[in-house]
Structures are given as C-alpha cells and as structure tokens.
Write a protein that binds this ligand. Structure first.
Ligand code: G3H
Ligand code: 13P
Ligand code: ZN
Length: 316
C-alpha cells in the first residue's frame, strides 16, 4: 500500500529512521519488498533522475505497481530523489509520487529558497510533500561532483529561516556524510553537535540524512578478491543511525551499499562460474542477498518490527 511520506514521518519521528532505498530495476524491487516484509518494516522507495532514465520512468512505475500487488502487506511511500525543478513538476503531475526532493543546495541561500518555494507551492496543491536541502554533501550525485573541500555542513542558524521562507516539509541536512563508496579515509562520526542544534531549533520537524551507506569493509574485500578495484574508504557507522533518528533524522537514504551487494554477487558468481552466461542464476542470488541486506539495514534503523503498529495507527 502506497501511503504519503508525511504519514510515515508522523509514525517514525523521534523513534526510528525510515529507510529510503534507491531502486532502478525489478530485481532490486523484489529484494526490497521481500527484505522489508521479512523485517516488518515500512520504507520509502526513492527514484533518482538517473533511475527514471535507465529503462523508462513508466517501466519503473509499472515495476513498483506490480510489487505493490505481489506484496499487499507492504506499506511504503514513493519519492523523487535529488530532483531539479523540471523533474519535480513532472513527478508532482504524474499522480504517482508521495513526495519529491528539490535539490537546489548548490545554489546560494536566497536562490535555494526561491526555487524550493516554487516547487512547494506546486506540490502542496496536489497534496505532495517536499524535501529540500540546505548545506552541501561531498561526493558524486547524478552529474554533480562536489569535491571534499567544497562540501559544507548545514548551518543550524539558517534552518528556521530556510524552512519558514520555503515552507518545505522536510530538510536534508549535511552532517558530515557524502554520497558514494568513497566517504571517509578513517573511522568518522556524524556531526551530532550540528544535528542536536538543528533539532533544538526545529523540534518535531523531520530531517533527512543523505549519504548514509556504511560501505561494509567485508563487502569491499569480497568485491576486490573477485577482481574489483575499489579503493579503501569507510562509510557511516550503522550504529549511529538510531541515535540520529532519535534526534529527528526520520528518513535515511541508502543506495551505495545496495550497489555493493550487486557488484559482489555478480563478480563472485562469474568468477566461480566462468562458463555461465545466463543472468538469471546470479540475479536470483542477488534478490536473496539484497533482501537480506535490506532486512539487516531496517534492523539498524529501528524500522524493523514497526509495520503492524503503523498499520494500526493508519486504521488499515
Ligand atoms: O544520491 C544519489 C543516489 O545515490 C542516486 O544515484 O543518481 O546514480 O541514480 P544515481
Ligand atoms: P549513499 O551513496 O551513501 O548510499 O547515499 C545515497 C543517497 O543519499 C541518495 O540520495
Ligand atoms: Zn542523496
């Protein structure tokens, strides 16, 4: 059942993080739904501009609609990840999305407010909520690469002003994470001091953490042992998801770790089965492994086990 992102946030705020998982194809969708039902967790499916273009946005929409029928117990929202203005309007008008993200975080404050406000006005007319971003994460997202030196943490002193002027419904805050598989050289903690300050200024207001993959070292090791050449880097400590959620981080975005599962499964499969040319056997292994990975993440986010209570609170 597709619900609004606002309904998920209302149930989760201050208690647990809702996993927002990027998907691109049917295999990921199957693993995602299976993993979330196994863990009894609500979730957000997020779709990037790249994902909409990968096959066709209608293909992905059909995959999600089919998954909704195959897994009638699932409760989830559908969200546009890192949208520009044009893509936001396309999603708002499609009638399929529960929420959109307008990412104008690369623009100066006033321009970010101006663009976000326009998208919010269009979205609210259709009952859709809007995530905006203030501050700038490092790493690569879509066609934008932010060098580490240019990334900047969200300034807590600007948050109330930004939300007040733009009227966005949730805010992605830069608290030390970055996108992709190359995050930190050594173990690094989230900037809880910044998060705490933001939450004190905006109690009850849902915050979003991008770049939340943990880049499991065992996964990197196995990929490299099977011929990969991933550099050494670590990600967010999974044990920091829940403390962040208690401080208002209600949506936790994870994409890269899922890609690592795909890469590990396929590299190992073809290394161990060099005569194989059918993509279905590794595809099956991938769906199983992806479901396991999702269930594990939901455990760390605290969303595991919340499905029945959420259903009750929705009166379904
Ligand atoms: O933050 C970006 C997400 O990981 C989506 O990645 O734009 O390559 O689909 P993508
Ligand atoms: P990761 O690259 O850490 O998975 O972050 C994904 C993300 O923030 C999607 O918006
Ligand atoms: Zn992101």
């Amino acid at each position: 059942m597709i619900v609004t992102t606002a309904q998920l946030f209302k149930h989760a705020y201050g208690k647990y993080g809702v996993g927002a998982y990027n998907i691109n194809n049917a295999e990921q969708a199957m693993g995602l739904f299976r993993g979330c039902l196994e863990a009894k967790a609500p979730f957000i499916i997020q779709i990037s501009k790249g994902a909409r273009k990968y096959t066709d946005k209608r293909m992905l929409e059909a995959v999600i609609r089919s998954a909704e029928q195959i897994f009638p117990e699932a409760i989830f929202a559908v969200h546009l990840d890192h949208g520009d203005e044009e893509t936001c309007y396309d999603c708002i008008n499609s009638g399929f999305y529960s929420s959109v993200m307008i990412d104008a975080s690369h623009d100066p404050f006033a321009k970010n407010v101006e663009i976000t406000k326009r998208v919010v006005e269009a979205a609210h007319k259709k009952g859709i909520s809007v995530e905006a971003e203030l501050g700038m994460l490092g790493g690569v997202e879509e066609d934008i690469k932010v060098e580490e030196g240019h990334a900047c943490l969200t300034n807590p002193a600007e948050v109330q002003d930004f939300v007040g002027k733009s009227q966005c419904d949730s805010l992605a805050c830069a608290i030390g994470t970055s996108h992709g598989a190359y995050k930190f050289k050594g173990r690094q903690s989230l900037h809880f001091n910044v998060l705490r300050e933001i939450q004190q200024k905006m109690p009850g207001y849902p915050l979003v953490m991008h770049g939340s993959s943990s880049v499991p070292q065992e996964e990197v090791r196995r990929i490299n042992a099977a011929g990969g050449q991933l550099g050494s880097a670590v990600g967010v400590d999974e044990n920091e998801y829940l403390p962040a959620a208690k401080l208002g981080v209600t949506k936790i975005n994870i994409d890269t770790d899922g890609r690592l599962v795909w890469t590990r499964v396929h590299r190992e499969f073809f290394r161990d089965n060099p005569k194989e040319f059918d993509f279905r056997p590794p595809g099956k292994v991938f769906m199983d492994e992806y479901a396991k990975f999702i269930a594990h993440k939901n455990g760390k986010l605290g969303s595991a086990g919340q499905l029945d209570d959420l259903r009750k609170s929705l009166g379904k």
